[in-house]
Design a protein around this ligand. Sequence first.
Ligand code: DX5
Ligand code: ZN
Length: 221
Amino acid sequence: MKLLGASLMCADLLHLGQQIKELETANIDFYHIDIMDGQFVDNFALSIDFIKLIKPMTTRPIDVHLMVENPERYIQSLAEAGADIISIHAEAVTHLHAVLTKIRSYGIKAGVALNPSTRVETLGHVVDLIDVLLIMTVNPGFAGQKFIERMHEKVIFSAKWLKEQGSQAIIEVDGNIGHHTLGLCHAEGASMFVLGTSALFHQRGSLIENLQETRQIISAR
Ligand code: DX5
Ligand code: ZN
């Protein structure tokens, strides 16, 4: 399985409606919504109201990446706004088991995001509650960074580890996913890819062309 998602923090917000229409035409697989609180990371990004704005424009999954402290405060509002997947950072939550259980109680897929330095084995006692393992391949907070090379071994290790745990969780990768990293991460075991400035929202082609080109790269593997 290969699912390509548009990271909407990288979209041209002045032309958001038009960009969503193009992504729909290009058959994007999901929308990735980065929410930042200026605390967990040194930046601010999208919001719950932003999800409400785009939800009527698509039937594709809304994949929320919460880069916020104490994310449990926002689960109900995100569920009401129409989130389909919510990933919380293991580093930002005290009671991970409780929050994952809460996410699933709304019928939403539960994800855990890991900073580059966090080991996947820390999730051993909650692995049965995880639908998506979001491996950050850059330090979270900003688009346009460089892929941290050692994240390749993390994807390989995580895929093996999840299998050993009997988990069906999908591995999602986020951060500088483009020509050089996408095919390799797929071969290593990732199947959800967050496309930001590296693969989709750049000026070398239209969104439709950029997505087509990205699909070709990944199907060549
Ligand atoms: C933050 C974001 C970024 C970004 C990815 O979590 O998700 O990682 O959209 O796009 P790039 O790294 O290609 O600019
Ligand atoms: Zn993200």
